[in-house]
Design a protein around this ligand. Structure first.
Ligand code: AQP
Length: 339
């Protein structure tokens, strides 16, 4: 049995990823890579946010499989289940409960300005459901339940973090200091990894074209091939320029994150070399980084009992932490305690 972290002996980190596809290099470099070094310094809570994934139609069997696989990937990437609370969102009813309350403190006008809602409404025009619209409210509930101080996410989640802060402040202004107002942590490099074929769009795990993304579970061969096919430009010079050279700049930001070099160092390393050499090297560096993760993931997926135990334990610890906040919220707004 793992211990429930003490609520405020250390600062609290919360983040999550949807099991809506295989994790991409974007999810890894934008989010997960920043979770690993903080597990000693903070109380960290990481969720597999399966309720969020339902805003887009999912195949039930695949969703179940991807949820387990994502838990295995969290651990394979280096999250220690003894140091972090790892759990599946739907295993803790408090998320849906608080989301309903917060829906009543969120304006439809602010939700209709969310970029993700606008983008997903376009890409899923046949299923613009209410969940897609209120997604940021569920996300606010996820974060606020744990009195979170810091939320490490990629750049695309910045707007959702801002609305979370607005909702928390609005609620606190009416009822007193109920919620900690969280800060976003968005890395300088890697916060916005773009699609390999369409570098003007972000890399997404639910993209229909697998050549647009690198899955953390792609074989080394596939990874190198996908990088070799990546869209670039006709200048033949490796230099960072997001506006005029989005393809090359994206590959540079991936390489910079993976090998820990600055853009200047990368420009020097590839001075006088062609795009072919550069792409090959980026592909190899990514494949090398992912190899130990893939091996560990394979091992973990073969041990169903171990993953089940982590999930069960994580759910209990998450519930224990979050119901303290939920009870306080219910009391403040005037719901009668069950007794
Ligand atoms: N391209 C990206 N670059 C950097 N960070 C990224 N993240 C996502 N894409 C990139 C970060 O990954 C975390 C998990 O995101 P999510 O699963 O909750 O949803 P998302 O942001 O909508 O990610 P996807 O991959 O695009 O999922 P789908 O395709 O299902 O919508 C977040 O911290 C996010 O910032």
């Amino acid at each position: 049995k793992r211990e429930v972290p003490k609520m405020k002996d250390k600062k609290i980190i919360f983040s999550g990823i949807q099991p809506s596809g295989n994790l991409t290099l974007g999810n890894y470099l934008g989010a997960i890579i920043n979770w690993i070094p903080r597990q000693d310094e903070y109380n960290c809570i990481y969720s597999i946010v399966d309720l969020h994934a339902l805003t887009v139609r999912q195949n039930p069997a695949e969703l179940r499989q991807k949820t387990r696989s994502l838990l295995a990937l969290y651990i394979a990437c280096g999250l220690d289940p003894d140091k972090n609370v790892l759990f599946v969102q739907s295993h803790n009813g408090a998320h849906a409960e608080l989301a309903w309350i917060l829906n009543c403190y969120t304006y439809t006008g602010e939700l209709s300005r969310m970029t993700q809602f606008k983008e997903k409404s376009q890409s899923h025009a046949d299923n613009i459901n209410a969940g897609l619209f209120t997604y940021p409210v569920l996300m606010a509930a996820d974060i606020l339940l744990y009195q979170t101080d810091l939320v490490p996410v990629g750049h695309d989640q910045k707007q959702h973090l801002e609305i979370t802060r607005d909702i928390a402040q609005r609620f606190n202004n009416i009822y007193g200091e109920v919620f900690t107002v969280p800060e976003a942590y968005i890395p300088e490099v890697g916060a916005r990894i773009m699609s390999l074929q369409q570098p003007e769009n972000k890399m997404s795990k639910s993209d229909e074209n697998p050549n647009n993304y690198i899955s953390l579970l792609d074989s080394p061969n596939t990874i190198v091939k996908k990088f070799k096919r990546a869209v670039t430009d006709s200048e033949r010079i490796i230099r960072y320029d997001e506006k005029d050279k989005p393809g090359i700049s994206n590959l540079m930001s991936i390489y910079a994150s993976v090998v820990g070099k600055s853009y200047k160092e990368i420009e020097e390393e590839f001075q006088g070399k062609g795009y072919g050499d550069f792409k090959q090297r980026v592909g190899e560096a990514v494949a090398e980084t992912l190899k130990p993760i893939q091996e560990k993931h394979r091992e973990l997926m073969a041990d169903k009992g171990y993953l089940d135990n982590i999930m069960k334990d994580g759910a209990e610890r998450a519930e224990n932490l979050s119901y303290r906040t939920l009870r306080k919220v219910y009391k403040k707004i005037g719901l009668v305690p069950r007794g």
